[in-house]
Design a protein around this ligand. Sequence first.
Ligand SMILES: [Zn+2]
Length: 192
Amino acid sequence: MCVSRQLGQRDAGRSSVPGVNTDDLAHGCFPCDQQAAAFLPPREDVVHTDHWRVAHAFNSTLPGWLVLLPTRHVTSFTDLTPEAADELGGLIRRLGTGLEAVTGCVKTYLMQFSEAEGFSHLHLHLVPRLPNHPEDARGPRVFVYLTDDQTQWLPATERDTIALSLRYQVSARRQRAPPTDATIVWCVPLSW
Ligand SMILES: [Zn+2]
């Protein structure tokens, strides 16, 4: 059942995250604390699967900058379960086609470092590269779109709007695709 229908209009667009085993989470780790939350806004839960949660980067000035997070606290690819690793490729492909539809990007960048202080939780950056993307912000220089200056961050409402559009695109494409093992959980808000 659609969770937003259970919660009512005030919480429309929110969705429950997958079942959380707190033994798999690290207290004080930002992604883990988010994972443990009972409900998350669309920008923090664009889509989720059994093993991954996708968020819109909170500190991005570029619409559509996504972060893919394991639902367990792991700091290395080699710590992923085989099931989580297998699920990743299909998820990236579906998100990439969704970003093309929502942002008009011509390709996506995929990066993983997990080196920033306090953000050792494994996370992958999936970033839209637009046709008119400035030359000096291509390739690794795309990180100029992440900033500590909160006044430049995309407003939460804009990140929520992008998240819901992406959620719709990913789900619509999935419904046209042959069934696979990976299941993306999503929910259309009441206003749609
Ligand atoms: Zn963590």
